[in-house]
Ligand binder design. Sequence first.
Ligand SMILES: [Zn+2]
Length: 299
Amino acid sequence: MENMDPLRVGDIEIYWLTGGDFKLDGGTMFGAVPKVLWQKRYPVDSGNCIQMRNDPLLVRTPDALIVIDTGLGNKLTEKQQRIYQVSSSRDIPAQLGQLGISREDVDYVILTHGDFDHAGGIEMINPAGARELTFPRATHVFQSTEWQDLSHPGDRAKATYLEENFDLLRHRGRLHLVEGDEEIRPGIVVRHTGGHTRGHQVVEMTSRGETALHLGDLCPTHAHINPLWVMAYDNFPLEVIERKKEYLTAYLARGSWFTLYHDPFHRAVKIDTAYQITASWPEPDVGQDRGLVAGQGRG
Ligand SMILES: [Zn+2]
């Protein structure tokens, strides 16, 4: 976690933890968008891969500590780490320690959906080599349709819904399943969107008239703000386009921040009605430390 300053949304503070970087094929991340277009907006390496973060949000409201999505976790095999070219630290307890927080202090973990890059940190391997819940006291919030699907994954989903991320939760009962939209704590609302997965949800954070919206994988990076730029990983791409357009339009009218989970350049952005970025947090050069400059290819 290189930046300890929070994004402030009224009385809410949002920090980003480091959940592990990985690389994915650029073509899969931009679906039907031709490379000649997307490579102007996102650097690509000689293997056609793009660098991405998997960084959980730590949200401190006046009365609760909430983690949104949990990073890659520390359970990936050597082979998985090689395939996804995983790099950077994923030691969430140590990062919380830098903020004076212990993992027992976290009240809620909200999962946008169950893919391993978001759910990988629900369980961790402890120093004794055993698996345990990373946030043992937290209530974990999923859409109930997402929980149904990850419990019975189809052939396509088997590679991303990994049972070792869910089995402890299944048996310890620290699970809260939502049908549709629900206020989890004052100012923190989850909303069912579907699209990326059938049970995908987004998270609205509101305080004193200010708002941040976490779109999860409806908008993984700043280059996906254009509603038509959707991923080959999306299960229901037409739904992603519709929901993303709806949410961007409604929330940009409120001057909302849009927080990003996978983006190495921007943690959060504000945009105008032409989907152009008008504000970015943190302001200068995030990503420079990793040799990345938005809009400038390396390969
Ligand atoms: Zn993702």
